[in-house]
Design a protein around this ligand. Structure first.
Ligand SMILES: [Zn+2]
Length: 165
């Protein structure tokens, strides 16, 4: 299925890059199609072709595609961010998650505060509500970007509508 090329002369991206003949049972051929030169170049630059082949030999065949995808991702990010590599992306997402958990805690506390206020008799957009005493408006700017996309918002966890007394 993979690497099924009409041209009989086409080598896999690895053999093409390394300027060698691609043999029928080439270890790289199923994972680096002839048009995936960039993918192999990145992996080779960061890990080295011989290390990649050693890793692939150690891994069971059914897990090799995932292994190559992982190596390709790690290599791409490492080339973009030579200092932190994919740890940079993970740390950034963890930081964002902590900020969002903080914002969610504030939103829940405010909603609980407004739900207890009997003068709130209509459904009002959350942003239009005045600040509730004791809960300063300390939402981080990152969360508002994400909220505009309507993503990462778990409405099942939040009392979305104001309760009527
Ligand atoms: Zn090959």
């Amino acid at each position: 299925m993979r690497g099924h090329e009409p041209r009989s002369s086409s080598s896999c991206a690895a053999c093409k890059f390394l300027k060698r003949r691609c043999i029928p049972d080439c270890l790289f051929a199923p994972y680096f199609r002839s048009d995936e030169t960039k993918k192999f170049a990145n992996v080779h630059k960061v890990f080295g072709a011989s290390n990649v082949s050693k890793i692939l030999i150690e891994v069971p065949e059914e897990q090799r595609e995932d292994t190559v995808n992982s190596l390709a991702y790690e290599a791409e990010v490492r080339l973009k961010d030579p200092v932190y590599g994919c740890i940079g992306a993970i740390a950034m997402l963890q930081r964002k998650m902590i900020e969002l958990q903080h914002d969610l805690a504030i939103a829940r506390a405010r909603l609980a505060c407004y739900a207890g206020n009997s003068s709130a008799s209509s459904i009002t957009p959350f942003s239009g509500l005045p600040a509730c005493d004791g809960f300063p408006d300390s939402f981080s700017h990152t969360s508002s970007e994400i909220n505009q996309d309507g993503q990462m918002y778990d409405f099942s966890q939040v009392p979305y509508m104001m309760r009527h007394e």
